[in-house]
Structures are given as structure tokens and as C-alpha cells.
Design a protein around this ligand. Structure first.
Ligand code: PLP
Length: 426
């Protein structure tokens, strides 16, 4: 890990070209790697030597980008996945099995809500969804003897709830489980959850990290701080021999890298979900300009939020950058440089006005996407969250008339002029 500041790390971490080598990260678009003797290859399988042999397990392009993101978050290691969904799944499945239980914030991304509430439940892993703003005594009640992890988002998509990370870390640790935080919206530029006690961080790199809507990807970063061995049998997948992998005990052999090594050598080996080296290259280009883009997203979102907040046809704006916002103080603590470019708001005319407004926009595109350089807009109740009933919508912090507006890095005046003409039609 370097001591450079985040802007410098975004450009230089993960890949250091030697003399005469390419200045830009090379794309190793190869499934396999060549060796000269049977013995050389055998040593790789026996873990006696390190080296690349198959891209599902390791690839030089992918590893360089993973190392960069680990450095940005201040972690000891990272693994890239083919989507944010895969990262969320692996981050939990790496330490949970049938019979286990997870405590999860109810305001998480719709895809995460389904993954935990439906698909992982089918695998025998149950989740209890909790209001992230609930008092500690109430949150404590969600824990069971078989609880293995707590999961939440730094800034919830699309509810924009800002997580009290220290509160959640403290509760998780009192119950002797790790806190896993999805840091997609804040990005490590605005918030580094490890500094506030989180143990594992995940991202959908599809969003700000890429920033250009060019690749779908995910990442898991390990702080190396959670002491799996201390809880012995509770995390037996990490603390007892893995018979499918040379009988290795991850905590003994890999120490602080136990969790992330198991994710690669067991989950990636068995489940796949690797990103292509080409996609990792694209992600890396996005990362190079991440701090500049995030700064501009936050600046533009502040202008847009202030404009909407003063508009007569808008009944409410959710954006932690507004002094009156419920999460303004938490945001100032955890994200003093700004939160993100995503805002949500409610029109006085309700659902119908929302549809008229959306259909009138010219610059902002209707897209199932957020956190992108180009301004985009979505109606969660009829798009991302349409499978939820009204009760679940309310728990997720989504009302039927809510519009999710992802402010891009265009000129803020152009975005506001587009809003103005569309609001006139709403
Ligand atoms: C989009 C998103 C995901 C899922 O990521 P994909 O790359 O679409 O699979 C997870 N968490 C958050 C906060 C997201 O915004």
C-alpha cells in the first residue's frame, strides 16, 4: 500500500510498468498461461510456487485492477467479480452456509434484497431485514446465535439513507460478526468504510467506478481486520482444513488474506463469475478519472437538488447535501467531501405527474442505470422495485411517486434547463 492520496492512487496503484513496458495496463486476454515442464505446472497446483495458470483463478490484468481498488479502500486484498450481484453473493456466501443467518439493512438495493430474501433463502441462508435508523436495542433483537454477518450500504440505492457506519460496526462486533458494506454510491473517493470499522467492502463497479456505462462488474475488498480465528468453529470454512484445496486452513496459511483467498480459491474456482480482462481494462480507465468525476457529480447534484427543492411542483427532495435532509449530519461526518450524484424526489402530482415528467425529459435519459457520467432517470416503483408490494416499498424507502435522478457530469445549467421544461409539462 502506498501513502499517496486517492487521486494519485487512482492513476498509479496496482500496475507499475518496468523499463520499456507499456505505460497503460496491458489486456491479457488469455485463458491460459504457458509452462515449460510438467513439474513447473505441478508446483502451481501444489501451491509451492505462485504463478498464473487459468484466468478463472487469476489473470494479470484483473489482478492489477483488484490491487488498485484494494489500495483505494485501504484493504489488504480484493477480488473482482463479473457483476455487483456476484460480489454481494460471494461476500456473504464466503462465510455463510445452509443454516446460517444474516442481518441486513432493509433499504439495500432491490437486487440485494431479492438475493438475500429469496435466492439465498432457498440455499438455506436466512436474512432479517432491519431499519438502518432503528435504535440499537431494536437492532440487537435481529441477531440470532447463527448470525454470521451484517450487510448494509453506505448510501442506499435508491433510498439515499446514509449509514451510521460506526453504529453498525459496533453492533456487528458486539455480536462477534463482521460488517459488510456496499460502498457503490459513495465510492472510496468520498468514504472509506474501513476507517469507521467495516470489515468487508463490496461495490458494483458498474456504477461510478466505471462511470461510462461500458462494463458490468463487482469487487470485494477485505480490510484484513476481522479475526476469524478468534471465533473458531463459527467461521469453520476459514479456520478448519479445506479438503477441496490441499487441506489448507485459510487463517493459518494466509493470515489477514484468509477471507479474500478463500473467495478466489474456493468460490471463484467453483462458481466462476470472473470479469473478462477486457472489462477490467475498461474499469481501470474509469478508475483513473474517478476523483474528478465524483467531485463534478457532487457539485452538479448539489445545484440540481437546490433547484428542485425550491420548485413548487416538487414536494420533497432526498439529498444528504441539503442542510434540511434527514441524513445531512451523518453525511457530514462520514462523507465530508460530498455524498454522490444521485438524488431522489417526489412530485406534488404523484405517480401520474411523475410519468409525464419523465416522458418530457430530453437530455436526461430513462435508463436502468445510475451513477453514470450521463444524467439518467428512473421510476423505481415501476422499474427496479416493481416486484415489491407497497409495504416492501415503504420499508425500502421507496414511495410510488418517487423519481431517482442520477446527475451526470454535463454542465449543471443544461441539466437544470431540461428539468425546468419537463416540470412545466408535469
Ligand atoms: C447496481 C448495484 C448493485 C448490483 O450491481 P450489478 O453490477 O448491477 O450486478 C449492488 N449494489 C448497489 C448499491 C448497486 O447500485
Amino acid at each position: 500500500m502506498s501513502n499517496y492520496r486517492i487521486e494519485t492512487k487512482c492513476l498509479h496503484s496496482g500496475y507499475k510498468p518496468g523499463k520499456g513496458e507499456p505505460r497503460q495496463l496491458p489486456i491479457y486476454q488469455s485463458t491460459t498461461f504457458k509452462y515449460d515442464t510438467t513439474d513447473e505446472m505441478g508446483k502451481l497446483f501444489d501451491l509451492e510456487e505462485e504463478g498464473y495458470f487459468y484466468t478463472r483463478l487469476q489473470n494479470p490484468t484483473n489482478d492489477a485492477v483488484a490491487a488498485k481498488i484494494a489500495d483505494l479502500e485501504g484493504g489488504v486484498g480484493a477480488i473482482l467479480t463479473s457483476s455487483g450481484q456476484a460480489a454481494t453473493f460471494y461476500s456473504i456466501f464466503n462465510i455463510c452456509e445452509a443454516g446460517d443467518h444474516v442481518v441486513c439493512s432493509s433499504t439495500v438495493y432491490g437486487g440485494t434484497f431479492n438475493l438475500l430474501g429469496v435466492t439465498m433463502k432457498k440455499l438455506g441462508i436466512e436474512s432479517t431485514f432491519v431499519d438502518p435508523d432503528a435504535p440499537v436495542e431494536e437492532l440487537n433483537k435481529a441477531f440470532r446465535p447463527n448470525t454470521k454477518a451484517v450487510f448494509a450500504e453506505t448510501i442506499a440505492n435508491p433510498a439515499l439513507v446514509v449509514l451510521d457506519i460506526e453504529k453498525f460496526a459496533k453492533i456487528a462486533h458486539e455480536h462477534e460478526v463482521p460488517l459488510i458494506v456496499d460502498n457503490t454510491f459513495a465510492t472510496p473517493v468520498n468514504c472509506r468504510p474501513f476507517e469507521w470499522g467495516a470489515d468487508i467492502v463490496t461495490h458494483s463497479t458498474t456504477k461510478y467506478m466505471d462511470g461510462h456505462a461500458a462494463q458490468v462488474g463487482g469487487v470485494i475488498v477485505d480490510s484484513g481486520n476481522f479475526d476469524w480465528a478468534k471465533y473458531g468453529d463459527k467461521y469453520h470454512g476459514l479456520t478448519t482444513p479445506d479438503e477441496s484445496y490441499h487441506g489448507i486452513v485459510y487463517t493459518e496459511r494466509f493470515g489477514k488474506l484468509a477471507y479474500i483467498t478463500k473467495a478466489t480459491s474456493q468460490l471463484m474456482r467453483d462458481l466462476g463469475s470472473i470479469p473478462s480482462p477486457q472489462n477490467c481494462f475498461i474499469l481501470n480507465l474509469g478508475l483513473e478519472s474517478l476523483p474528478l468525476r465524483v467531485e463534478r457529480h457532487c457539485y452538479n447534484a448539489q445545484k440540481v437538488a437546490e433547484y428542485l427543492n425550491a420548485h413548487e411542483k416538487v414536494s420533497h427532495v432526498n439529498f444528504a447535501g441539503l442542510p434540511g435532509d434527514k441524513y445531512h449530519e451523518l453525511a457530514k461526518k462520514y462523507m465530508p467531501k460530498g455524498t454522490c450524484g444521485v438524488i431522489s424526489f417526489e412530485l406534488t402530482g404523484g405517480r401520474e405527474a411523475a410519468v409525464r415528467f419523465m416522458d418530457s425529459l430530453k437530455l436526461a435519459t430513462i435508463a436502468t442505470h445510475v451513477a453514470d457520467a450521463k444524467t439518467c432517470v428512473l421510476h423505481p416503483a415501476s422499474h427496479t422495485h416493481r416486484q415489491m408490494n407497497d409495504e416492501e416499498l415503504a420499508a425500502a424507502g421507496v414511495s410510488p411517486g418517487m423519481i431517482r435522478f442520477s446527475v451526470g457530469i454535463e454542465n449543471a445549467e443544461d441539466i437544470i434547463e431540461d428539468l425546468e421544461q419537463a416540470l412545466a409539462n408535469a
